[in-house]
Design a protein around this ligand. Structure first.
Ligand code: FES
Length: 116
């Protein structure tokens, strides 16, 4: 075995733990979607080699989920929804060499309300 420096500036751990249907867990609150969106956005920004989005098991904070933890920043986001993804990305890449604030993608269209 050899030890090496971690090859990423940041690692975003997204809890995707799934429990039984009647139990609280991040997976029941759409954390798989959040993980996929984070990963997709990092890829679109060309930062996949320096920022890793990694699915994690239970972070033991189930009632607060979905949970995302950013290392080495030591930041924990709880109650994350898909609308929080861009803010998490912008916070995480702020000090990543070579990363720059890129335009935020347009928000998805708002569905028409019935009766309009
Ligand atoms: S299921 Fe996500 S913190 Fe426990």
């Amino acid at each position: 075995m050899e030890s090496r420096p971690i090859p990423f500036h940041k690692i975003l751990f997204v809890c995707v733990n799934r429990r039984a249907a009647n139990e609280i867990c991040c997976a029941h609150r759409d954390s798989e979607t959040i993980a996929a969106q984070l990963k997709e956005r990092i890829k679109a920004l060309g930062l996949s080699r320096v920022v890793r989005v990694s699915k994690s098991g239970c972070q033991d904070l189930c009632a607060k989920g979905p949970n995302v933890m950013v290392f080495p920043d030591g930041v924990w986001y709880d109650g994350v929804t898909p609308t929080d993804v861009e803010q998490i990305i912008q916070d995480a890449i702020r000090d990543v060499p070579g990363a720059r604030a890129l335009p935020v993608p347009p928000a998805p269209p708002v569905p028409a309300r019935p009766g309009r």
